[in-house]
Design a protein around this ligand. Sequence first.
Ligand SMILES: [Zn+2]
Length: 314
Amino acid sequence: MVAELSQVGKVALNAPWLGWRRVITLSADCNPMNLGNWQLETVSGGEFRLDGGAMFGIVPKPLWERIIPADDRNRITLQTNCVLARDGNHTLLIDTGYGGKESERFIEIHGMEQGAPLLDNLYTAGVSPEGIDFVVFSHLHFDHAGGGVVRDDCNALVPAFPNAKYVAQRLEWEVANSGSPELAGNYPPENLRPLEEAGQLRLIEDGEEIVPGLRGLVTGGHTAGHHALTFESGGDKAIYLGDLCPTHAHLRRMWCMAYDMYPLETRRKKPELLAQIADNGWTVLFDHDPVMAGCCIEQDHKREFAISDRLNVL
Ligand SMILES: [Zn+2]
């Protein structure tokens, strides 16, 4: 990335290998981000690539390609921006990326990183798997829940974070384990069963507080039980929107993923939530944006929502 994290003011952000170019206002270096008692930090669960058309649904390629050009296989580069959150009492993770147990073919198709990117990056951040006490999933697709399990010495899949409670919305868990034929492949059971078998699962209801200052708010849209995670402390608020709005290119109402199970719900719920975020000056956190971990937004007549302040990393 060309822009330095410490730069403040209007700059052109150039990431030609990703095809992103933007003129934006940069915040001061915010690594990690302090939000009242919370210290929030982006930890990558691995870069990967998905089909550009699938990432933008009904939006024609000539439009999305101006923002994120595709590679020769029509794939665009994405991140898995997991959030490491600490408040002095808890050390928790939001989402876990795709993990390190996929087949060579799957890794090649999705342009994934080898190894276990999340665990490697946590190690670099000085955090051991044993030190995490909560893992909260926005939803249970492979690129969010896959890093929650690892293979042990006997090649059995076990929780990657042995002391953590794994938190999911009850509705999301029920749908993911329903065995519905139309969801075949959406929720690989090997990502979920080890958590339940280890007795480390905690299912929550819509709006429930997970620990003081962290709640899950069901948004639907992407999946039936998909929820956004809100961090709140000292009058400030940040919202991890999960796949309701995976990158800053998805801020517009109609720019939604073909992966959404309930696209009309996304079109309705996303702008409602973004308007609330803009009006209250909360910070948005993006789960798949390769160049922008978060931002502040304001309502904009032409573009619906405009980025007023960006955070490259937390
Ligand atoms: Zn995703």
